[in-house]
Ligand binder design. Sequence first.
Ligand SMILES: [Ca+2]
Ligand SMILES: [Ca+2]
Ligand SMILES: [Ca+2]
Ligand SMILES: [Ca+2]
Length: 297
Amino acid sequence: MACTVALLAGIGTAGTASAAAPSFQVRDFTLDGKEDLGVRTEGGALVVHPHSGRFDGTKTLKNGVPINYGWSRSAWISAADFTGDGNADVIEWEYLGGNIRMYPHSGHFDGTNTLGPREVNFTDSNRDHRFFARDFTGDGLADLLVLEGDGNLYLMRNTGRYGNQRFAPVERIGTGFGGADWIDAADLNGDGRPEVLARWADRVFAFEQFNGGYTGLTGPRPGPVTGVTDFGGGWSGSSIALKDMTLDGRPDLVLLGSDARRVLTVHANQGGLSPRTFGDSAGGTVISEYADANLMF
Ligand SMILES: [Ca+2]
Ligand SMILES: [Ca+2]
Ligand SMILES: [Ca+2]
Ligand SMILES: [Ca+2]
């Protein structure tokens, strides 16, 4: 364990150009500074639903704008600002072949011209993992979180360099996340260190950083079981995203239902870090009563 702790030391606090606390990065496609919601449709289109500027049920999001087609191949899609211009870029992991590709925002919200030419294109042949894109280090550039099949959680830092040099080699930042089917990270309690959120079956937990690293449910914990927040069960949607839909700067939990209607609900972040941060999984505000979607980004 001492070896593990040494490996994990410093993540998110040292080694970055900026000492700023990790910020919640708005994924903005429309250049208005508000978080938009992207979905992949059953037909493989990438569709951006611009935020209307108010949090008001089914009026929260505007009608979808297709920005690309042919994305059925992607096992995972995420939006984040990798390039530092404030505009959301799109990254995918293609299951067959293990290709990771990133397309930067062109600077224009203009249909299929919204994304520019591919910048990152590399192959990771380990197919048994899940990703999430998020600025984990607080420098304003989105990094990649990688959950591998052995339950280890890795970070690929954004180097700020162009192309395939964009992401540094993996660093292990956590253990014990085996069996989780979703991960993300956000600083929910404002302590300057991101919590890792993960879901097992329909139950979502947040894990605070301990000794610079994270320990999930399935591994030995390096201390008393503090720093784990259980948001309870019932989060059984097909996809979860942390997006600030209420426009208060705090990430809310967006759930895409798994039934035929694919209802989208927002569970507003009440602040702090407690079992009630996102309220009851059976509650929430419906923002779409029928979403043609099988992934959110
Ligand atoms: Ca926007
Ligand atoms: Ca960008
Ligand atoms: Ca970063
Ligand atoms: Ca919010």
